[in-house]
Design a protein around this ligand. Structure first.
Ligand SMILES: C[S@@+](CC[C@H](N)C(=O)[O-])C[C@H]1O[C@@H](n2cnc3c(N)ncnc32)[C@H](O)[C@@H]1O
Length: 281
């Protein structure tokens, strides 16, 4: 006798209850073997009749506290929503304990849970996991690929540029945009085809502005017909060190050689153990 084909949605719990809470599935694959619901975890999870092999969660980091950022030269609020509002550590613990206990109930004994987070919430998450009897097996850390603004400065201007601390550098180069400067963390002053360079950590998020919007107090580094400027602020008293690097791996030749550009630490790092060139003081 042919086995009656079960509608996978039935195994999620009471169909009516699910649809009542989730209204309709946000997405349902044509054979109905993958269903995406958009609903409140606290209401939805208890409805499932079976236990899961794996849960992936990206819970709130509680970062929204009225902070601001600059996008395309405009000040914007970085708040994400009420669900992300910063709370006291007790409230954060309470929230994490609540959803993690629900997950614990719905996770098979040999099941696994993956949780992403930032340092704002991950320690609370780890404490709650331990409290609830989960076993923490591993942690994965995403290392940011450090981005460096490479500024080839003529010897006559070098000292002034290095010591000023606030530069407005013209960027004719289309590869320097709000998007590509997002993870910029350092400015490196260098000469063309010369291994010696000095490096400073940026102390403010850089952004790109039009010439008329350059604030007072910035040293202008202008070429003819400059329109777009990147604002970079660093502490000239504190030189940074990223380890042994060889900037000649990325320095350019010909007309391009004086144009500022962005590179990443990965591109200039010395992987040769005998590498001695490019060592900065
Ligand atoms: C860190 S964000 C995750 C962002 C997501 N990974 C993405 O790339 O869009 C946290 C998410 O949790 C959601 N959230 C907060 N409280 C929730 C709840 N009780 N039930 C379901 N989702 C919730 C928020 O709406 C937000 O989208």
């Amino acid at each position: 006798m042919a086995k009656e084909k079960k509608d996978p949605i039935d195994s999620y719990g009471s169909k009516e209850k699910l649809y009542d809470k989730a209204k309709v599935a946000y997405y349902c694959s044509p054979p109905r073997d993958f269903i995406l619901f958009n609903a409140d975890t606290f209401e939805m999870l208890p409805l499932f009749k079976f236990k899961f092999d794996m849960i992936f969660a990206d819970p709130p980091y509680f970062l929204s506290s009225g902070g601001i950022s600059v996008q395309s030269g405009k000040i914007v609020c970085v708040d994400k929503g009420d669900w992300d509002k910063s709370m006291s550590s007790e409230e954060i613990n309470e929230f994490n304990l609540k959803w993690l206990s629900l997950c614990r109930e719905k996770l098979k004994d040999n099941g696994t849970i993956w949780i992403s987070g930032t340092y704002h919430n991950i320690f609370s998450v780890a404490n709650c996991l331990t409290q609830l009897g989960y076993k923490i097996l591993n942690k994965c850390t995403k290392a940011k690929d450090l981005k460096i603004f490479m500024y080839a400065v003529a010897p006559t201007y070098r000292k002034e540029s290095e010591t000023f601390g606030r530069l407005a550098i013209d960027v004719k180069n289309d590869s320097i945009t709000e998007e590509t400067i997002k993870e910029l963390g350092y400015i490196m002053f260098h000469y063309w085809n010369n291994e010696k360079a000095t490096l400073y950590k940026l102390i403010k998020k850089p952004h790109i502005v039009n010439k008329i919007d350059i604030p007072d107090g910035y040293l202008l580094r202008i070429e003819k017909d400059s329109e777009r400027f990147i604002l970079l602020e660093y502490n000239p008293e504190i030189m940074a060190d990223l380890g042994e690097c060889d900037i000649r791996k990325v320095q350019r030749k010909g007309k391009e050689r004086y144009l500022p550009f962005i590179t990443s630490l990965q591109n200039i790092i010395c992987d040769d153990v005998n590498c001695t060139h490019g060592k900065r003081i």
